[in-house]
Design a protein around this ligand. Structure first.
Ligand SMILES: Nc1ncnc2c1ncn2[C@@H]1O[C@H](COP(=O)(O)OP(=O)(O)O)[C@@H](O)[C@H]1O
Ligand SMILES: N[C@@H](CC(=O)OP(=O)(O)O)C(=O)O
Length: 573
């Protein structure tokens, strides 16, 4: 007699009679303890879990599951299943960024890399190949003004076509896996040329071709080499987002929908899911959305939380999260451990290595994130967890956000302090502008405006004028452009030590700090300096904190610092 259980709303067949024989190891949701279920199914899974535990503890081989259904276990199976989780559907998610899938050679290496972890059953998330997203955006811009007849000849379209067809050929998979997409892409560019406009909605549809094609090629290649894989478009499997095209937020309903779909499919036909990163479906318009540049990291952490996985791996082209952006300072070193808070601040304040929102699902699901290098898999990478040992930590990483606009707002005393702050912030709220860094006194506020939010609207000057006009009703406003935020991520419990060093370095380099803010996050101190001085500051700070060797344990234990090393002035490296 066959019976079934329902987990995640999915009917799970249990071969053999539940009353009289064992549950099928393959189909039994064994890792109940580890998997985090959505509320709607939690009670069921708890019942099942309790039943198995009870059976295990009491040595009885029978347990009541639900509604009079009786399960009979063999004890050795119970032991086995709990100790090694062999019946888990997926163990981790592996996300590979654009550089990791930039060519046929890279795709082969990634396939080998996945195979080199035989103990894992991953869900795979891919970005678009190499610089495809940028090329598609450029093609879209050109299509607006090139005329319909020239749309097929746009250089970037030819680049994208050639790259994908060459990859397909070199991997030996059938061109048909992407030919319909290439045709549709060309039609879309012609459509943009006819309309002579590229809306944000169309822009998202346009760039979606990148991830749709990379995943199809890779899944086809895995199947060709005998690894069963199944391609998924995120917008078809429950990635539900706001309608904020180019920067959409993932909605809560996504988690259960994605889990239901991926688990359901795996149970019916186990295969490695290869999912498009970066993409979602707008809940109102049902159109394709994107999650903001670098959004595949967020796709990966969302899947990690949805499936309650043991680990989320994001594979990049660097040895993990580094002490600063290597393009600013090549001597940046990998950071072995980070907390979710540190990683989130780092990402939010501009470290391109992680998407700003990507830590949220991982933190909520308490799932470790490992940042690894697909070019150098042996490197340990960075492990991001809820907490970490901060006893020896001083500074973890330095992040730079350039071209920031700063506002100095001084009250004209028409309002009390409370009314003044409230009015200032409600002005930003009304205008939908987010504020990054804030420092206040009783009668003044200095703050910076999030550049990405302003840039995306293309109306930057008009918007800024509007902000100033509104604020001038209650204050004297000074608008300062071309500023940079240098964020010092680390152990703010040691802020005196950090700040002493920072100011010494900056004074030695003749740099004036225009604003400073120590966030409530306890992991971030932000400094505002002129854009023109920012990179030099980064180098000097990096040298002083990470290379001069003066933050030894003795210093941390309160002994006298070596001031000559501290005042080392860095010219350039
Ligand atoms: N603090 C940092 N640590 C590591 N990489 C950084 C940092 N800041 C900026 N980067 C840049 O981020 C890049 C990796 O992120 P990204 O381009 O999104 O990778 P992928 O496309 O593989 O997902 C690196 O090549 C590096 O240039
Ligand atoms: N392809 C998208 C999404 C993404 O996450 O890419 P990457 O993983 O290469 O940063 C982008 O370029 O923004």
């Amino acid at each position: 007699m066959a019976s079934s259980l329902h987990v995640h709303g999915v009917k799970i067949p249990c071969h053999g009679a539940i009353r009289s024989s064992k549950l099928c190891p393959q189909h039994m949701p064994i890792t109940l303890k580890r998997l985090r279920f959505s509320d709607s199914v939690a009670s069921h899974s708890r019942l099942l879990c309790a039943a198995i535990e009870d059976s295990s503890r009491s040595g009885r081989r029978r347990a009541m599951i639900k509604g009079g259904v009786e399960a009979v276990f063999r004890e050795e199976e119970i032991e086995e299943r709990f100790s090694d989780g062999t019946a888990e559907a997926f163990t981790c998610v592996m996300k590979f960024g654009g550089s990791s899938v930039a060519s046929a050679k890279r795709m082969r290496e990634i396939a080998d890399l996945i195979l080199s972890f035989p103990e894992e059953r991953p869900a795979v998330v891919l970005s678009a190949m190499g610089k495809t997203t940028n090329k598609l955006l450029q093609a879209g811009e050109k299509a607006v003004s090139c005329g319909v007849n020239k749309a097929s000849e746009i250089e970037e379209l030819s680049f994208v076509k050639e790259l994908h067809l060459r990859t397909v050929d070199e991997l030996g998979v059938d061109r048909s896996v992407i030919s319909a997409h290439l045709e549709e892409l060309e039609q879309l560019l012609k459509g943009i040329a006819v309309m002579k406009e590229l809306t944000l909605r169309t822009r998202d549809y346009l760039v979606s071709f990148g991830e749709c094609m990379s995943t199809r090629i890779f899944a086809a290649y895995l199947n060709k080499i005998g690894i069963k894989a199944h391609q998924y478009d995120a917008f078809d499997i429950g990635f539900i987002t706001t309608d904020d095209f180019t920067n959409a937020d993932i909605l809560e309903a996504t988690y259960s929908a994605v889990a239901k779909r991926l688990h359901g499919d795996w149970i019916n036909d186990p295969a490695i899911p290869v999912v498009t990163g970066f993409l979602g479906k707008a809940w109102k318009s049902c159109a394709i959305t994107t999650l903001g540049r670098g959004g595949s990291d967020l796709t990966a952490t969302t899947i990690g939380k949805a499936l309650g996985l043991r680990e989320i791996q994001v594979w990049k082209d660097v040895d993990g999260v580094l002490t600063c952006d290597p393009s600013i300072y090549p001597r940046a070193e990998p950071v072995p451990y980070l907390s979710f808070d540190e990683a989130a601040e780092l990402a939010y304040f501009g470290a391109q290595v992680l998407h700003p929102q990507s830590m949220r699902p991982a933190r909520e699901g308490n799932i470790p994130v490992r940042v690894k290098n697909s070019y150098n898999p042996k490197a340990p990478g960075t492990l991001i967890t809820k907490t970490r040992d901060m006893s020896k930590a001083v500074l973890t990483s330095i992040v730079l956000k350039q071209n920031v606009t700063m506002l100095d707002i001084v009250s004209t005393c028409m309002l009390g302090q409370f009314g003044f702050l409230a009015k200032v912030f409600s002005t930003f709220e009304d205008l939908g502008i987010s504020v990054d860094v804030v420092a206040t006194s009783e009668v003044s506020i200095s703050l910076t405006l999030d550049p990405s939010k302003l840039w995306s609207r293309e109306l930057i000057q008009r918007e800024l004028d509007h902000v100033v006009e509104e604020l001038e009703k209650i204050a004297v406003v000074n608008l300062l452009q071309h500023r940079s935020i240098i964020s010092l991520i680390g152990n703010v419990q040691r802020s005196s030590l950090i700040l002493e060093k920072v100011f010494r370095v900056l004074r030695t380099n003749g740099v004036n700090v225009q604003m400073i803010s120590q966030g409530a996050s306890k992991v971030n101190i932000s400094l505002i300096v002129n854009d023109g001085e920012a990179e030099q500051c980064m180098k000097a700070l990096h040298y002083s904190f990470f290379e001069s060797g003066d933050l030894s344990e003795q210093v941390l234990d309160g002994e006298v610092e070596n001031s000559s090393a501290m005042s080392h002035r860095v010219k350039s490296h």
